[in-house]
Design a binder for this molecule. Structure first.
Ligand SMILES: NC(=O)c1ccc[n+]([C@@H]2O[C@H](COP(=O)([O-])OP(=O)(O)OC[C@H]3O[C@@H](n4cnc5c(N)ncnc54)[C@H](O)[C@@H]3O)[C@@H](O)[C@H]2O)c1
Length: 358
């Protein structure tokens, strides 16, 4: 298939591009690089030994999308592009609704116009909000408790309504739990700008000496060691699920909304200890107040992913920590260090700067 990957230069997107390329798909990336570096594209070229077409496109730019869809004949879209920081979404809710929801509407409109009727969408376990019970299966209530989560729930609804209006339109909404880790080559990985919002990149930056110590938000939760419990999964397992979902849509013509997690809860301290094993050093930490909005325990029931997609996680916590550390050690300052030594070539712009070859 020729697949448009929106947000393909981002953390999960670029790992998925590797898996899709390995399965023989042709990939075109559309990204505005608001939270990623164009240098990812060179790394992807090295990893896949293929030229991956990529365009600097903001999804809210209707004209740019039309040009993209008239330049290529896509068989499917994998839609990652979004802003994703929960805290920031509470501070700048309208930016999140505009970027995530309006961007998705523009994308879906372009797909409808171009008669591209297959989409895999990056949703999130955040749509469940504060869970009533764990493990969480897909029948659990969708009641997100922050603007970011609400954008994901809204986009799921938009896609559902579109599928209902056109039986030829098929979609898989993938509700990710907590992706961590990196490609074992150390060439691509998670590179947050500013202070990391997520635990694993924070631990990595402490381990590599970029930050002094980890702050653990609360050790008085009703969990075995008092710290929060989440469902961490290796980003390559997650990437594989996208390829499986595309094949599922093509083979069955059915829609799907599915959890992607290991089904196992891991506490903050357990993750920290596993990471210390992987990096062979102690990670200093302090316990601070709970963060408002954090829940004690959340992990997936991944049964539906197994029965529909035949998908199960294969990589364990040690592999997640080993690969995250390998990426961080090989790239202590992420892609930024590369940007400093190597000037990014000027982007060649077509159509008033709407689409640029990156
Ligand atoms: N990382 C997680 O923990 C997690 C968990 C659940 C769901 N998700 C979802 O998965 C998707 C990918 O997440 P990620 O961790 O790779 O994030 P990321 O920020 O690394 O990647 C998102 C990419 O989208 C691009 N982008 C954002 N807005 C855009 C726009 N308007 N037009 C074009 N490009 C745009 C960014 O530049 C970036 O490259 C997101 O939709 C996110 O909400 C992530």
């Amino acid at each position: 298939m020729r697949i448009l990957v929106t947000g393909g230069a981002g953390y999960i997107g670029c790992h998925t591009c590797v898996v899709l390329a390995e399965r023989g798909h042709q990939i075109v990336i559309a990204d505005n690089f608001v939270n990623s570096s164009p240098l990812v594209l060179q790394r992807l070229g090295r990893l896949t030994q293929k030229v991956i077409a990529s365009h600097r496109v903001d999804l809210r730019d209707h004209e740019a999308l039309n040009t993209l869809f008239s330049t290529y004949r896509f068989d499917a879209v994998v839609h990652f592009a979004a802003l994703k920081a929960v805290g920031e979404s509470c501070e700048r809710p309208l930016d999140y609704y505009e970027n995530n929801v309006c961007g998705s509407i523009a994308l879906l409109q372009a797909m409808v116009r171009a008669k591209v009727r297959r989409i895999v969408f990056s949703s999130s376990a955040t749509v469940y909000g504060d869970p009533q019970q764990v493990p969480l299966d897909e029948a659990a209530a969708v009641q997100p408790c922050n603007p970011y989560g609400r954008t994901k729930a809204m986009i799921e609804q938009l896609i559902g309504d579109l599928c209902a209006s056109d039986p030829m339109f098929t979609a898989a909404c993938l509700r990710y739990f907590n992706p961590v880790g990196a490609h074992p080559s150390g060439l691509i990985g998670e590179d947050p700008s500013g202070i990391p919002n997520n635990l694993m990149p924070y631990i990595c930056q402490v381990a590599v000496g970029r930050r002094e110590q980890l702050r653990i938000f609360g050790n008085d939760y009703p969990t075995a060691d008092g710290t929060g419990v989440r469902d961490y999964l290796h980003v390559l397992d997650l990437a594989r699920a996208h390829a499986d979902a595309l094949e599922y849509l093509a083979d069955t013509g059915r829609n799907l909304t599915v959890n992607l997690g290991t089904g196992q809860g891991i506490s903050v301290l357990q993750l920290l200890r596993a990471f210390e094993q992987a990096c062979g050093r102690e990670i200093p930490y302090e316990i601070v107040e709970r963060r408002p909005g954090d829940v004690a325990t959340i992990y997936a029931d991944p049964t539906l992913a197994a029965s529909t997609l035949g998908w199960r996680t294969e990589l364990d916590l040690d592999a997640m920590c080993r690969d995250a550390w390998n990426w961080q050690m090989s790239n202590p300052d992420g892609y930024r260090a590369l940007e400093r030594v190597r000037r990014i070539p000027a982007l060649r712009t077509r159509r008033r700067g709407n689409i640029a070859q990156a």
